[in-house]
Design a protein around this ligand. Structure first.
Ligand SMILES: N[C@@H](CCC(=O)N[C@@H](CS)C(=O)NCC(=O)O)C(=O)O
Length: 200
């Protein structure tokens, strides 16, 4: 059976759990802490050089890290990844954007607020991350003002990817009230067949 090196509160791991749920794939969850990382080398050393979760381990022992690489691999040949080369590149456009402009801000603000020992000590960093996180969500808003989904007019792995941390923006201290197209899109994503919530 597939093994997912996982953490229940990680949005990056949640993105992978959502994809696996859509595809109806069975897997075993192996939980690693996101606060005590002392066992990372021992547990992930041979599996993902960055020592981060999520990591997906296949039955033949091969391992894949990076949530968005895992999403693309699982989506290959399914309706969640377009066949057309330009549309595939647009999917990647949004997934690279997520990893550079969105996740490092929204996810890190959320982590510092919810899981660090002393959020007040990180107040300046949190404020900067929130500002940049709002800017990233503004880019999604601009796209979704005229589109129901991010790419090709239909639900794809790009939507799964950006739903992950956007739907938890409130936990990062980012209010989505000023982003009506994003809010409507979040509801469309949550209504997809096979949708799962993060606290599963
Ligand atoms: N770019 C990576 C980021 C993964 C990541 O940041 N994982 C976090 C949990 S959300 C983690 O393992 N943190 C512990 C650490 O950085 O040592 C991905 O998309 O998979």
């Amino acid at each position: 059976v597939l093994k997912l090196y996982d953490n229940p509160v990680s949005g990056n791991a949640y993105k992978v759990r959502m994809m696996l749920a859509h595809l109806g794939m069975r897997y075993e969850r192996i939980e690693l802490s996101v606060t005590d990382r002392s066992d990372r080398e021992e547990r992930l050393g041979g599996k993902n050089p960055s020592l981060r979760v999520p990591v997906l381990e296949f039955e033949d022992g091969r391992c894949l890290g990076e949530s968005n690489a895992i999403l693309c691999y699982l989506a290959e040949g399914t309706d969640y990844l377009p066949d057309d080369a330009f549309e595939r590149a647009q999917v990647l456009q949004w997934m690279f954007f997520e990893q550079y402009d969105h996740e490092p801000n929204v996810a890190v603000a959320r982590f510092l607020l919810g899981w660090s020992d002393d959020p007040a000590a990180h107040a300046d960093v949190i404020a900067t991350k929130q500002k940049l996180g709002r800017k990233a969500i503004g880019a999604i808003e601009r796209r979704l003002a005229a589109h129901d989904f991010l790419v090709a007019g239909r639900y794809s792995v790009a939507d799964i990817c950006l739903y992950g941390y956007t739907h938890m923006a409130d936990q990062a201290g980012i209010d989505l009230a000023g982003f009506p197209a994003v809010s409507a899109w979040l509801a469309r994503v949550a209504a997809q067949p096979g949708h799962v919530v993060i606290a599963a």
